[in-house]
Design a protein around this ligand. Structure first.
Ligand code: TYD
Length: 212
């Protein structure tokens, strides 16, 4: 029988550097002989990527709840087309963002009620939570400074430091609440040190999975 795969997610405010660490982790895990599916949210499917274009388009305005519903619509498709099939095959899925982003950005950042988010979470995910979440923590001003090297901001990146501070507090609150699943990595350190911390955490996780 195929062992169900593992599900790892990366989270952090914009500018936390998670995307480059995610590429590195995928290679690292492939080096261990694991089949890895790299994906992202919003996105990961044809429909999800189209929703992403709308969600990130800085010319687009939308109600916070519309934004939330679109995030979860993209997630439903992502689970159906990518995440569930990959886990059933025994592959490992590494996703650049997942549900914690909705609680941090739409919940803490935009003020969408926790009750509504939990309702959507139950509906869309049916209890599927990641096995491990790596949260790259960074003060809002540092994230902003890193994003500033990008030429055009998307709809989220142009938000204020206050917004990103709320998002960060939202992530930290989730990390306290789900301390078994969410591991906090200090992303303000130089990249080599962040990578070293990431490697240590992932080695522990892999050892736990193989029952050592
Ligand atoms: P991001 O992952 O930062 O990609 P890039 O590195 O290409 O900019 O962009 C996705 C944006 O979507 C990010 O600003 C956070 C936002 N987002 C939410 O607000 N809620 C969600 O549930 C998800 C998955 C993402």
């Amino acid at each position: 029988m195929v062992q169900p795969g593992k599900f790892i997610t990366f989270e952090g405010i914009d500018g936390a550097g998670k995307s480059s660490h995610l590429e590195w982790l995928a290679q690292f895990l492939r080096g261990k002989g694991l089949a890895i599916v790299v994906t992202r949210e919003p996105g990961g499917t044809v429909l999800g990527e189209r929703l992403r274009e709308l969600l990130l388009d800085q010319r687009q305005t939308m109600h916070a709840e519309t934004e939330t519903l679109l995030m979860f619509a993209a997630r439903r498709e992502h689970l159906d087309k990518v995440i569930f099939p990959a886990l059933a095959r025994g592959d490992w899925v590494v996703s650049d963002r997942y549900m914690d982003a909705s609680f941090a950005y739409q919940g803490a950042g935009r003020g969408v009620s926790l009750q509504k988010l939990v309702l959507l979470e139950d509906w869309v995910q049916g209890g599927v939570a990641p096995d491990l979440t790596l949260y790259f923590d960074l003060p809002a001003e540092m994230g902003k400074a890193r994003v500033q090297s990008i030429k055009t901001y998307d709809r989220f990146e142009r938000e204020s430091d206050e917004f990103f501070d709320r998002v960060r507090q939202g992530y930290l609150q989730r990390a306290r609440q789900f301390s078994q699943r969410i591991r906090v990595i200090d992303a303000s350190f130089p990249i080599e040190q962040v990578r070293q911390n990431l490697m240590e955490l992932i080695e522990i996780f892999c050892r736990q999975q193989s029952g050592q």
